[in-house]
Design a protein around this ligand. Structure first.
Ligand code: BTN
Length: 246
């Protein structure tokens, strides 16, 4: 029987880019590319993702049979899978900043970028595992598992737990939507917060009040409810004079 492809690299440009190429040449779902560091790590909204040694960089291939429009929520399912893997290995409960940043003590510890390759979905995950410091531009809003739990984390163990959780996600897609949504809501720290966000190109402010059926953020703007399905929110933390962009 044909097997999934697993590629472990010391260094690469981007594991998402590598897996995209493999996906287009027909590798099986469940295929994985990992790297110890990336030169051109890709982040959401066209940003770069700083990827030094110490982090965990992994891309995972899904070939969903659901219509492409439905796969938008894979990214939120993946946030739950990563939070579960981290809890499995080190017992820390991450919080999710909508839509798919994982945080510990209010600082980003993991980012997720899903990209399409034809009908396939590449789930790209970057976790700050044993990083002890960060570049100045993100130092005030980033942390690592090691800095939070005060000891070195076994990256291999975490990678294995993550692959187990992603295999489970693959087996459960799309049937376990309500289970993932419930878990997502219980981990989401954005709900209940005052936020700003871009809506159809315009900056808007409101209160995040819930998570919609397809993991959209439900926002109350002066009594009018809207569902925001993509983009980035800025939290206005109570007692903090400055808005926090994370
Ligand atoms: C973000 O927070 O903006 C998303 C970051 C996603 C980074 C991961 S690291 C593994 C995979 N390969 C990439 O080039 N990007 C994703």
């Amino acid at each position: 029987m044909a097997e999934r492809t697993i590629i472990r690299l010391r260094e690469t440009g981007s594991t998402n880019r590598d897996l995209k190429q493999l996906a287009l040449s027909g590798c099986l779902q469940g295929s994985i590319v990992t790297a110890e560091c990336q030169r051109e790590g890709r982040g959401r909204l066209g940003r770069s993702f700083i990827s030094p040694v110490g982090g965990l960089y992994l891309s995972y291939l899904l070939r969903p049979t659901t219509p492409p429009g439905e796969t938008a929520s894979v990214t939120a399912w993946a946030a739950v899978a990563v939070a579960d893997a981290i809890r499995d290995v080190i017992g820390l409960e991450c919080r999710i900043k909508w839509v798919n940043d994982l945080q510990l003590a209010g600082k980003k510890v993991c980012g997720i970028l899903t990209e399409m390759a034809g009908n396939a979905v590449i789930i790209g995950i970057g976790i700050n595992v044993n990083n002890l410091s960060f570049p100045e531009e993100i130092a005030d809003r980033a942390t690592s598992l090691c800095l939070t739990c005060g000891k070195k984390v076994d990256s291999h163990l975490l990678t294995n737990a993550l692959v187990d959780r992603l295999d489970l996600l693959r087996a459960q897609w799309p049937f376990a939507k309500e289970e993932y949504r419930r878990r997502y809501i219980s981990l989401c720290e954005t709900v209940g917060q005052q936020i700003s966000f871009l809506y159809h190109g315009e900056e808007r402010q409101g209160t995040a009040v819930g998570i919609g059926p397809d993991f959209e953020l439900s926002v109350d703007i002066g009594g009018n409810m809207i569902l925001v399905s993509s983009g980035e929110v800025t939290l206005h933390k109570e007692g903090n004079r400055n808005e926090e962009k994370r």
